[in-house]
Design a protein. Structure first.
Lengths: 152, 117
């Protein structure tokens, strides 16, 4: 197996770990430590077992390192979130929600007051426009959250 | 169905974290010139015969925490296998905490042993 494959395996492990760790400088620092540990351990094992493929050895290294979820659990238990940070996150979430609903109300009011073509009546009533736009807003929210999780 | 750990498994998990922090301080204290994370993981495995059952990756959040608590200090060292890596050294406060914990553990062990006699 080629060296490139070993790098891919290490890269995948680091990506999986990054996904389950909270975002921030502290987590990036931890990922650097893990990457260094993998390289040190791999070099050590290559010396001890010269006949064994690098891919097999990196598998052993990652097994000894543990699941990314275990590392994230340990990280969260040793770095409990500050109440102030939690409060800031909640305020930001509520503010986003209020802003999104306000935008949907304004958009629904505009859409439901504009007549279509030669008709005098608007093509859609306010309530229907509000529901449709809310569905789009919620879908957009979910897609964005999913994309954020899938980054890397 | 929930797969809860047995009583002794749960007890072991509770005990392990505190002991692990102590063991890390003990290893770093023995290496006055400093030791890197991989070295700590190796010593932990070899010297305790895997008694603490540490997944090596879970050691790093603990090292970060000990550093935040100013019990460990870090300096950068060039590495042959990749980017520069951290070398951990015990701070004065770390040394004081380690001695305090050693005393406390010895007393606990003594008293617990007396209980079982």
């Amino acid at each position: 197996m080629s060296e490139r494959n070993v790098e891919d395996v290490i890269g995948d492990y680091v990506k999986r770990t990054r996904k389950v760790l909270p975002k921030g400088r502290e987590a990036e620092d931890l990922l650097d430590d893990l990457r260094n540990h993998i390289l040190d351990s791999l070099a050590d094992k290559s010396e001890q077992k010269p006949g064994v493929s690098q891919l097999e050895l990196v598998g052993e290294v990652l097994k000894e390192l543990g699941d990314p979820e275990d590392i994230a659990r340990e990280f969260e238990s040793t770095h409990p979130e500050e109440p102030a940070t939690r409060r800031r996150k909640t305020i930001r979430l509520v503010a986003r929600l209020v802003f999104a609903i306000a935008v949907v109300i304004v958009a629904a009011a505009v859409v439901s007051s504009v007549p279509l073509g030669q008709q005098e009546e608007p093509s859609v009533d306010f309530f229907t426009a509000f529901i449709v736009l809310m569905v789009f807003a919620v879908a957009e929210w979910y897609v964005r959250a999913w994309q954020t999780r899938s980054v890397d | 169905m929930r797969n809860d750990p047995s009583f002794e498994e749960g007890w072991k998990i509770e005990m392990r974290r505190g002991l692990l922090e102590y063991a890390v301080l003990a290893i770093v204290k023995r290496h006055q010139e400093g030791i890197h994370g991989y070295g700590i993981a190796r010593e932990l495995e070899e010297k305790t015969d895997g008694l603490l059952e540490v997944k090596e990756g879970t050691l790093y959040p603990i090292l970060h925490r000990l550093r935040e608590d100013r019990l460990l200090n870090v300096r950068a060292e060039r590495s042959d296998t990749g980017p520069s890596r951290k070398v951990y050294v015990l701070t004065g406060e770390g040394d004081r905490v380690y001695r305090e914990l050693s005393f406390m553990l010895a007393r606990m062990y003594e008293k617990l042993e007396a209980l079982s006699r």
